[in-house]
Design a binder for this molecule. Structure first.
Ligand code: SF4
Length: 310
């Protein structure tokens, strides 16, 4: 928002781009863009992004976040869009040194060069501390009016935001879902299956409790009504859906071709999260497509299946 404002203050039109994947969605950006009358285009980059999440050339940050490759990909795609949008150059809100790994001088240089559009990539908030770019050199942008922010503090940015009446902006901390420990662990497990990843499998990682019962057998257990409904909505004919036949309980989605013994564990976990109470027996309904069957199952203690938890 600040970078866009700095450039617009020089009478240059700015088009906001938000690159969307299952790991980060556009809601907040849409709200922010609306609040400052910035035209915004949301571009789905899932396919290309997933490829770099699987095989990041420059490795991961703290979890499954390939930030350097991710930035480079976004700038490459922005570069590829320049012609169609009749735009001349790219700006970003990056600040030198704001993130120790992905926004130090070396990383900024690397990202610019790997994007293939380094000459056209301007970081208005730190421009005065960075090498001259083509938009400055050619006089499209007045470098003197750009900034020299650096470091981890966001205080100057927050002050600028206050002066510009930008009160509703995304939290400065954190990153996308790939930076979250539990999500990253589940994603790593999903990739370890070695098959093509379905988008719904990534969406499922955001919901419920996950248990890997065997290499190709996994269950997702809803934690509340909303999650139960979301899990059902993501289910397919080929999946098994387990529910308690005798009263309230979770929706459990079983992914894979289950053996009888794995299905017995899945049913027992279903019973454990139902209202039946530990050690008691209940009936679990197992549905696959149009076929239904019932299985008597005893609720295990949570300690008995924690070893399966992702
Ligand atoms: S935090 Fe997520 S969205 Fe941001 S650069 Fe890293 S991988 Fe990309």
């Amino acid at each position: 928002m600040l970078a866009a404002d700095l450039i617009r203050a020089q009478d240059i039109d700015v088009l906001g781009l938000f690159f969307e994947t299952p790991f980060f969605t556009a809601q907040r950006a849409v709200k922010s863009a609306l609040s400052m009358d910035l035209p915004l285009m949301v571009v789905d980059i899932t396919k290309r992004h997933l490829e770099i999440v699987r095989h990041p050339k420059n490795g991961y940050g703290g979890n499954m976040n390939p930030c350097i490759d991710c930035h480079a990909l976004m700038f490459r795609i922005a570069g590829e869009m320049l012609k169609q949008e009749r735009a001349d150059f790219i700006i970003t809100g990056e600040v030198l040194g704001q993130r120790p790994m992905s926004q130090n001088k070396q990383s900024l240089r690397k990202v610019a060069s790997e994007s293939g559009y380094g000459d056209l990539l301007l970081r208005p908030l730190s421009a005065k501390l960075l090498p001259l770019t083509m938009p400055e050199e050619k006089g499209w942008v007045n470098r003197k009016l750009l900034m020299d922010l650096q470091g981890r503090t966001r205080k100057p940015q927050m002050e600028m935001a206050g002066q510009l009446n930008f009160h509703d902006y995304p939290s400065p901390a954190g990153g996308c879902l790939l930076t979250e420990k539990v999500f990253a662990r589940r994603l790593k497990d999903l990739f370890s299956q070695g098959k093509d990843t379905e988008i719904r499998e990534i969406e499922l990682l955001k919901l419920g409790r996950h248990f890997r019962l065997a290499p190709f057998e996994k269950i997702v257990v809803g934690r509340n009504k909303q999650e139960n409904e979301a899990i059902l909505a993501l289910s397919k004919e080929k999946d098994h859906i387990l529910t308690s036949a005798n009263g309230p309980g979770p929706v459990v989605l079983a992914l894979g071709d289950f053996t009888d013994s794995s299905m017995a564990i899945a049913a027992s976990i279903t019973a454990s999260y139902s209202d039946v109470g530990e050690g008691n027996t209940t009936t679990v309904k197992i549905k696959r497509g149009e076929v239904e069957r019932l299985l008597m199952s005893t609720a295990m203690s949570k300690g008995e299946f924690v070893c399966y938890m992702l």
